[in-house]
Write a protein that binds this ligand. Sequence first.
Ligand SMILES: Nc1nc2c(ncn2[C@@H]2O[C@H](COP(=O)(O)OP(=O)(O)OP(=O)(O)O)[C@@H](O)[C@H]2O)c(=O)[nH]1
Length: 371
Amino acid sequence: MNSSAMILPASETHRLEVLYSYGVLDTLDEQAYDDLTRLAAYICHTPSSVISLVDSQRQWFKSRFGHHANQGSRKDSFCTHAILNPDTIMVVKDALQDPRFMRNPAVIGPPRIRFYAGAPLITPCGEALGTLCVFDTQPGDLSDAQRDALATLARQVMAQLELRKVIRAQQDSAHQLRHSQRQLEQQQQLLQQQQLELEEVNQQLRTLSLTDSLTGLFNRRAFDARMSEEVERSIRTRTPVSLLLVDVDHFKSFNDVFGHSEGDIALQEVAGLLKNNARSYDLVARYGGEEFAVIMPGTSTVDAERIAERLRASIAAHSWTLRTVTVSIGVATLAQGDSIQTFISHADQALYRAKEQGRNCVVHWTGLQEH
Ligand SMILES: Nc1nc2c(ncn2[C@@H]2O[C@H](COP(=O)(O)OP(=O)(O)OP(=O)(O)O)[C@@H](O)[C@H]2O)c(=O)[nH]1
């Protein structure tokens, strides 16, 4: 008999799929199966018994009692014939008298099978995976009781296979669950990271939207927002707040003489000097073209004038490369009932007076009232 002459069950493709779904092929020996083959040989009075699973080209033995090889060629196997009729136990009383097996290598050579009985292993969906079989080197037969017992043991083999399949499925789904949980955790981490990056970008955008690009100081928008906060705080806490408006003197002529780019550099230097000489809690902003503003929380008239003078002096004393740059500063301190517009206009009027007085000087709005 060669493989081309091998008779296959009608549902061979499906049968093989079902067999593989048990994941039993090529697994290690297990006591539960070995107990069943030993019992089968004992009950049937044969020296050998195997649990044979019929693969596409081989028969593989999950358990062997009295038999050494753990697999054999399918085309020479008795079990290939046994699974063709899943409802019956195949009994070959004397293989040398049976035309199907008389020239079989397992009959004329080792293990020299003469007697064979195989009970098919039937799955719940009706496929025969292989057999629980017993065999002997002498001719033989089974009593009805032995046949019943062999069929019962074959059902026990199937019960073991089913049990392991269920356990494996549970382990797989537990593994799957752990895998999904890990994936979920990774996605959450990724999401958190993206949120952090988004917040960082938003923060950068917020900073950019409040920053003057030439000088790096706060821009007019930031000034307006902070001004509202500080005026509101001053009224609520009854603490003073002062404002400086700082304007570069004769800057038009600076531009005219040295060019706009040098003018830009001079504005950057003025900005740096204001920032370095103001206090950390003062807000220094670029108010307009060559005009700056400093909001000074908690600062009274006297202190505001003193700080304004320090700022003016630091700019005048700076070692300018092209020509000395000076600033005029108007100072105002919020008075009771002042609106923001009034507060700013007081500082503006004081600045105007400082320009009138010859520039490079500080004038406080209260001083204007006294004159
Ligand atoms: N380089 C440069 N110049 C600017 C910038 N913004 C405003 N200016 C110039 O600043 C000059 C301001 O001139 P004016 O308002 O006439 O005042 P001033 O010449 O400084 O004279 P006083 O303020 O009266 O001392 C103008 O020539 C503007 O072009 C800027 O970003 N860069």
